[in-house]
Design a protein around this ligand. Structure first.
Ligand code: MLT
Length: 258
């Protein structure tokens, strides 16, 4: 009788834990985002190569805010108003704009005190998607602010989605790799029951001892090689260069008050 009671109690404890810990889910690409209810949740948008890395670095280097826009036409309107604009498609800086999307462009000399407009192939679309889904809180994640983000998310106030920008709606390695790094560190604070999170963590376990070597496998790294873009991918997997956490407030990303 005691053993049956014990099993029953264990089951109740597990049920209670599930009820008290918010869920954590990984959305592998925007193409399946419609399967998830992000309303009222915290969404961490991830575009390691390179949008969220560059945005974190720009704010770390003193940018006043980041204005993410989806379309090049929107970016052009801002440019004509005198804003500094970062515009990239297919990894290439668009002609006529101040920046592409290399993190190395966003130095203090270039960005300090400025509002930087961004439009990129995937990352800015993903931010807009999270906004359209009426997330309660939208943050940006990168390896550069990993530990600061883990500390912030361990307060586990809302259901959490790690939203991978992917490449043109397809899965990519580097964003899921980062999602796995978050899953590995947040498992004790959230209820994790989705296979995407498990797969992401397994990818992280494979790669964590040499992220720079692993990220060379990514199709976007190979695209950079073809484009002659050197150094961006290794930089984008450097750990904890900053404590800033970008948060979307209205139409601007600013440094979250922690
Ligand atoms: C993206 O939006 O996926 C990236 O910005 C692409 C890039 O920076 O090459």
């Amino acid at each position: 009788m005691a053993k049956i009671k014990l099993n029953h109690q264990v089951a109740l404890d597990k049920k209670h834990t599930r009820m008290t810990k918010p869920s954590l889910q990984v959305i592998l690409t925007p193409a399946i985002a419609h399967l998830y209810d992000m309303k009222g949740s915290c969404v961490v948008v991830v575009d390691i190569l390179r949008a969220t890395t560059s945005m974190c670095f720009a704010l770390h280097n003193g940018a006043k805010s980041i204005i993410p826009v989806q379309e090049v036409e929107e970016a052009e309107v801002y440019r004509l108003k005198g804003f500094a604009v970062a515009a990239e498609r297919n990894g290439i800086q668009l002609e006529g704009f101040a920046f592409g999307n290399s993190p190395f462009s966003f130095t203090p000399a270039h960005v300090k005190g400025k509002e930087i407009v961004f439009t990129t192939t995937n990352g800015t679309k993903c931010i807009q998607k999270a906004k359209d889904e009426r997330a309660e809180k939208i943050l940006l994640g990168s390896f550069l602010n990993l530990d600061a983000l883990i500390e912030e998310l361990s307060n586990a106030q809302w259901p959490l989605f790690i939203f991978c920008a992917g490449w043109k709606e397809k899965f990519n390695l580097e964003d899921t790799l980062f999602a796995g790094a978050l899953v590995a560190s947040l498992r004790d604070y959230y209820t994790i029951e989705d296979d995407s999170s498990e797969a992401a963590e397994d990818i992280y376990k494979i790669a964590k001892d040499n992220l720079e070597q692993y990220v060379q496998k990514a199709s976007h790294s190979k695209r950079f090689d073809r484009l002659g873009i050197v150094g961006d991918a290794p930089f984008c997997v450097k750990l904890n260069l900053t404590r800033v956490i970008p948060e979307l407030v209205g139409d601007r990303l600013i440094v979250k008050k922690t």
